[in-house]
Structure formats: C-alpha cells, structure tokens
Design a binder for this molecule. Sequence first.
Ligand code: NAG
Ligand code: NAG
Ligand code: NAG
Length: 442
Amino acid sequence: MALKIPYSYVPFLSLLLIHILLFQTLLNNHLAVADDSTKAKDYTPPPAKTPSPPDDDEAPPPPSDKFESKRIEMVYPVIQRLKKKIKYDPKGIIKTWNGADICGKYKGFKCAKHPVYKVDAVSGVQFNGFNFDGDDLGLDGFLDEMPDVSIFHVNSNNFTDGIPKKISTLKYLYELDLSNNKFGGKFPYEVIKATNLTFLDLRYNGYSGVVPPEVFTLDLDVLFINNNKFRQTLPETLFTLPALYITLANNKLTGPIPSKTGKASKTLAEILFLNNQLSGCLPSEIGLLKKLMVFDVNRNLLRGEIPYSFGCLTRMEILNFGKNQFYGAVPDSICSLPSLKNFTVSFNYFTEVGPACMELIKKGYLDVKKNCILGLPNQRSKEKCDAFARKPKSCPNPQNYPLDWMPCREISSSMDRRKTRELEAKPAALPFSYKSLHPHGR
Ligand SMILES: *[C@@H]1O[C@H](CO)[C@@H](O)[C@H](O)[C@H]1NC(C)=O
Ligand SMILES: *[C@@H]1O[C@H](CO)[C@@H](O)[C@H](O)[C@H]1NC(C)=O
Ligand SMILES: *[C@@H]1O[C@H](CO)[C@@H](O)[C@H](O)[C@H]1NC(C)=O
C-alpha cells in the first residue's frame, strides 16, 4: 500500500504507521506516541506575521520573545480560549496551560518542526481520556485555528457540535480521532474535504443517517465508525477504500455486502461488520480481498452458503460467521487456511463439516455450536433444523460467480502443513480493530 505522508514533518506519525503495519500487537497506546525528541530546539525567526489578537479577560499573554516561535505564539490565544470553555477537568490538565512554554509545559500538546517555516509548531493535540466537559464544548475556533496540527486525538471527552468547516484548510491534518464524545447528527461532511486524512475515527458518538459515499474515495488507512446510529445500505464503493482497517460494527446497516472490490483487495487486513442488520448472501468476490486477516459478520441477517473463495484468504486468522442464517457445508478449504485460529460458525444452520474442520474443532479453533450438523454435540433441535430445511432458499442479491469459484490456485497440502507448524510456534498476534469496540479502546 502507498503510505500518504508527504514529508518528514511528522516523524512520529510515520513511526506510528510502521507500527500499524508491522507491530499490530504494540498498538495499545499508539495514540500517545508523539515524543519530545521530535521537538526542534533551534529557533529561527519566521517571516513576520500580524500578531494574534489579545485575549480579553485573561491575564495578558506572555511577551512575544518568550515564545519559541511565531507559530507557537499564534496558537496561544486559541488554547486560552478553549481553556476558558473547559469547566470540567478531572485530571487537572488545563492548569498546565499557562505561560509561553507550550511545547514544554502544556499537557495534551505536542510540537514538531514545521516543514516550511523550519521552527517549532504545535503539531499534535492528544486529549485522549482527559474527560473534558464544558458548556457547549465545541471544536469550532479550536481545531480550525490550529494551522499546523497533524494529529488531533480527543478520544473520551465531551466535545459536541459539529466539525469546523475550515477543517479542509488544515494542510497537515492526517489523523482525526473524535471517538467517544458527544457528536451527533449527520455524518460530518466537512471531513470529506480534509483529503490528507489517513486516520478517521468517529466511533462511539451519536452520528445517524448515512455515511456519504465520498468517504470511501478518501485515501484512508483506518476508518472506524462503529458504535454510532448509521442506518443505510453499504455503498457499492466500500471496497474501493484503500484502508487496512474498517470497523462498521454496532450500527444499523442493512442490505448486502457489496460485491465490487477495488483498492481494498491490496490493503484491507481487518473488517468488522458485526451486530448490524446486513442481509443477502456473501459475495464470492470477498475471496479477492487477499490481505484479509479478520472478517467478522457476527450477528447479522446474512444467509446462503459460504463461498469457497474464502479458502483463498491465506492470511485469515479470525473469521466469524456466527448468528446468521448460513447453511450447507462449512467449506473445508477454509478450515485448511494456514493462519486460521479462531473460526466461529455457531448459531447458523450448517449441516456438514469436512476433515480439516473436524481437526479445528478438536483444537478448539472452530466453534460449531447450535447448527444442524449430525453427530456433533450441542446442535439445534431436529425440529428447528427440519423447519429451516423446508424453507425456500435463494439469494436476494445477484451472485456473479458460482459457489465453488476459487480465484486462487490450490495451495499444496504439504505447503499447507508446513505453514501450519510454523504458525503454531509463533505467539498469537492480537488483531487491531477489535480494540475499537471498546469506547476507550486500542
Ligand atoms: C459527559 O457526557 C456523558 C454522556 O452524556 C455524561 O454521562 C457525563 O456525565 C458527561 N461528563 C461530565 C463531566 O459532565
Ligand atoms: C495536503 O497536503 C499537501 C502537501 O502538504 C498540501 O499541498 C495540500 O494542500 C493538502 N490538502 C489539503 C486539502 O489540505
Ligand atoms: C474466538 O473469538 C470469540 C469472539 O469472536 C471469542 O469469544 C473466543 O473466545 C475466541 N476463541 C478462541 C479459541 O480464541
């Protein structure tokens, strides 16, 4: 995948993305990675700028020569304005927001050298978990007045209202995390214009309505919009998003999973659809998303048989089809996937498993409870299974390929076994996106 960081303005961000790619298990606190080593110490005066207006009823701002740079001085009144609006600050953060040494003393702000002016500038806002609240605590006049910000993370606060229209003027904004706040109403259309975003996290808010299809044309690596109230069918463009991680879980999404695949086939590692109202059959084209490691459609209204093409997803580790209305055989090609270590098909109407799947059941990697598989324990009652078998079956969404279509060459079984052994020697990697299902998570 192409990483979209134009230049070395944000070394900590590049580091972060390398972490995402290579060390998924280390991501717990990646949102606090900005470190002071990126702080420039050599101050050279920037081009002259009009001074910022003084702040009315605060103590007079420190004299200009106390600030490390004009870029820092510029945001001083912006921060002081926000400070006045914050009425609840359980961690005692804002009492550090005093004086001119923003880079050194202010909790929640990070600095880096500006790519153009070559002086220190405020590049990061890291308010995760600060629990700020206040009357009408919005981002207008704050986010949009931080012209050099590249990372803006405010997970778990009580920010509300919209996103400032001027967000599109923030040239360096790559990461926007507004998760677990009190944003609501329609999807914030303003972010579509922030075309340099690579990380968009809006989960755990009160957004409703639809996610505009343009979002899926952005160049995002991460899109987290789980735990909102989005109510819509999935856009046909879903898999044209070149993202690594997409979480759509716990919304009110309906209709089928789109069959059209695009850039996601080269990038998508994890996608969570769980707990929505998706319906129709799974399209065989999912088998083209060859980087997939996590695919979770647990608790939806999906039906039909599982396409054999899932057996092409050789990196798959966690696959969850639980609590839908799938039936037929669990394709044995899936159970032979070399990295698969958590496969859930429980609470469906499957009737058959093959030898590779039996192996996984024995290892405790495959959960088949509450299906209709003869001879296995803990299945549905014969009455329920017979009643389901009598129902007419068809896919409401058109299928472009027969069920047994395999877009990959067979992996030889010896290769298969060798890989399996290698994998068993490694510690289990923790998937990244599941952490997004906790409000403070990651
Ligand atoms: C933030 O909002 C939540 C949800 O409305 C509320 O329960 C919580 O008390 C608020 N926090 C403060 C500090 O008021
Ligand atoms: C994206 O970044 C480039 C390079 O810094 C900049 O020229 C461009 O204006 C930015 N785009 C937006 C919409 O901010
Ligand atoms: C598999 O994942 C489910 C949740 O999707 C979890 O409850 C279960 O413990 C996991 N099983 C194994 C063997 O890791």
